[in-house]
Design a protein around this ligand. Sequence first.
Ligand code: ZN
Length: 368
Amino acid sequence: MSRTGFFFDERTLWHGAGTYALTVPASGMVQPLSGSGFPEGPEAKRRLKSLIDVSGLGEDLAISSADPPSKADLLRVHPAEYLQKFKDLSDAGGGELGLRTPFGPGGYEIAALSTGLAVRAVADVLAGRLKNAYALCRPPGHHCLPDWPNGFCLLANIGVAVEAALASGAAMRVAVLDWDVHHGNGTEAVFYDRADVLTVSIHQARNYPLDTGDFSDRGEGAGNGCYLNIPLPPGCGHTAWMAALERLALPAIAAFKPDIIIVASGYDASAVDPLGRMLLGADSFAAMTAATMALADDIAGGRVVLVHEGGYSDVHAPFCAHAAISTLAGVPPLEDPLGATIAQRQPDPATTAFQLSQIDAMATALAG
Ligand code: ZN
């Protein structure tokens, strides 16, 4: 039996930005946090890799780096002008090309390396070299439009990986499931008019971006119906997230019959994430991964790749990701050190009922 792949490169942790306090550039009366203060910093990812090492999970994974994608791979998603502008500014010492996407010298090469991890993870699973895989990408990718970086994302990691898989003939149809707490607006932009790629995004309504991610946005042209947004109200816990997954997202993917399911796996729906207002613990990420794997076993030969997106609690995100990766590898997850307190703080029954009624309404609309 082939193994679970884990794609990681230390150099992606060296992606640097300016000085920030959460999403606010440090200036005026805003004091920078210690370190760079940038929320998409290296600490959560470094602690995840450390946790994989010290917990012994690494022994159950095939760990490797990957080459950056070819220029041809990048050009399937990003215009040549954008790539050149990014490379030029990176060579000149770094800067900002969009919204909240600062990068330092060498930022272009580091972003390309991050994309390469996703490309290789998808290619190796499709080729049967791995049972399933996880790509620890940094910077993340799901907000990046073809020609406009935003939300800490500089290249469309999953978009490039999907296009490479389709171009190689290794896959004909791909489903992207995004459970980052923010809307996957970049993936939407890449595939909105495409019939061969289904994208499903479960997210907190009106978080980031503020005015995208509506349930009524269903794709356009040939892609009409191949796009599904599941916006949830703030404060949803395990019950509502599982309902959104099992009643809306997974049935849509099952009906689409993809060759592979790629998950934009953010951990900012954690109950203690500074950039989300949801109530998940690590167990929820294990459960969502298990449900996705079960569907993939039924319809996609078990082919699942998780690609790391957001997750800004340096303490909790590593445990959430570790739970997802353990599930991929068939290893019992670690105990979530915040699990008990998060379980005690799940929404009360009336609030949960309201959240489920929102999900019911979306299910009814889809059935109609
Ligand atoms: Zn996010």
